[in-house]
Design a protein. Structure first.
Length: 390
């Protein structure tokens, strides 16, 4: 998937100091308008107990100045949460001015938002249009599935509000995609979810498996999915997509696999050889190596005290980048290793709790690939043929 790109300056070639990356920004930290039971980010409330967690223009300016100083040809900012629409819109209206102030020749800026969708108004769509932003909307499926966990503070479902927000995006021609959590309530309903999304005309989809540990029992939480559930969900989804979806419908996992098969490249950090994905910056400027690891043990420092390129070379980040190799040391003989590289370290749930370490989703992912691999090879050949015909 790609973001909308419209802010640019003339290009001058320079050596890049670090491998290009997108920057995830938490402008209100974990503050949110919803009370989703499965939210992994609620733990940040203990880390940042301040009542008001709002990024200042000063912090955003520091972020853009340092990020743009890396001189990537394309620089991408993704505002997430919590709920990024809780921030003062004025914060985001400063982005074009800050870009003009700090950008170097040839740079392009991409902006995106990941929102729960309930707060989308005409004021926000005007801002999205100004920034040429892509908007990711969290929607877990049809009403009965979505409202199982995605509820407001009064415990009422949010499906209708989210759909109204999407309607506004459509009316104002704002590009958007859908982010869906796979939970215990949805894992058996891949067919119904895909049918619903196709009926709505949602062609850009990303599914995230819910895998969380209950802090009280130190066991898998009740809303998490099993490895077998992962296999069942994605196998059903692939059957539908292969029959009536490819190439018009984008599903992130399937694209990642095809990226690897066609070009030998990694589509996302989950399936890369090292954890060198998108760094996260908290509302106050604290920097972490990953969205799933906003934890004091992994805090690299703050942009108010150290330049971002130094933070990214921090020994702690270099250690984090190697977690996957450490956890997945036994994956080298797997025939699908090049498509997975052990998966996400977050899914190695029991490494520090006395259980046998291993990726919680490994068996299911392997069986899914066994089931679909020949058809993925057919699609690979089709993509190569299409390229050669151009």
């Amino acid at each position: 998937m790609s973001f909308s790109v419209r802010h640019s300056k003339r290009r001058t070639d320079r050596q890049l100091p670090v491998v290009p990356f997108s920057l995830l920004i938490k402008p209100v930290s974990c503050d949110c308008t919803l009370e989703c039971s499965y939210c992994f980010y609620k733990k940040a409330a203990a880390l940042y107990p301040e009542h008001s967690k709002l990024m200042t223009v000063t912090t955003l300016a520091a972020i853009l100045k340092q990020y743009l100083s890396l001189r990537f040809p394309v620089s991408s900012l993704c505002f997430q949460g919590g709920e990024p629409l809780l921030a003062d819109p004025h914060l985001y209206y400063t982005i074009p001015e800050l870009f003009d102030r700090y950008a170097h020749d040839g740079q392009i800026l991409e902006v995106s938002f990941q929102t729960n969708g309930v707060g989308i108004t005409r004021e926000w769509t005007n801002l999205f249009a100004l920034l040429h932003a892509l908007v990711g909307v969290s929607l877990d499926g049809p009403e009965n599935i979505h409202d199982a966990y995605r509820v407001a503070s009064d415990e009422k479902g949010t499906f209708i509000s989210v759909m109204n927000g999407i309607d506004l995006l459509r009316k104002d021609n704002i590009p958007f995609n859908i982010l869906t959590m796979i939970t215990d309530k949805s894992v058996g309903h891949a067919d119904a979810i895909y049918t619903f999304f196709m009926e709505q005309g949602y062609n850009w989809l990303q599914f995230i498996p819910c895998v969380e540990i209950d802090s009280l029992t130190n066991e898998l939480s009740e809303y998490s999915i099993t490895s077998e559930g992962f296999e069942r969900f994605y196998s059903t989804l692939f059957d539908r997509w292969f029959e009536n979806g490819y190439p018009d419908v984008s599903i992130r996992l399937f694209e990642d696999i095809l990226f690897a098969l066609v070009d030998g490249v990694t589509g996302s950090c989950t399936h890369g050889p090292v954890c060198d994905g998108n760094p996260v910056i908290e509302y106050n400027g604290d920097v972490y190596p990953c969205d799933f690891f906003v934890d004091p043990a992994w805090c690299l420092g703050t942009i108010h005290e150290q330049p971002i390129d130094e933070l990214l070379r921090h020994p702690l980040r270099l250690q984090f980048m190697q977690l996957k190799k450490e956890y997945a040391s036994g994956c080298g003989n797997c025939k699908f290793n090049a498509l997975c590289h052990g998966g996400c370290p977050k899914h190695y749930l029991y490494c520090n709790s006395g259980h046998t370490p291993g990726n919680h989703l490994c068996t299911g992912y392997h069986r899914f690939l066994d089931y679909t691999y020949e058809r993925f090879l057919e699609l690979r050949d089709d993509i190569v043929q299409r390229r050669n015909a151009r």
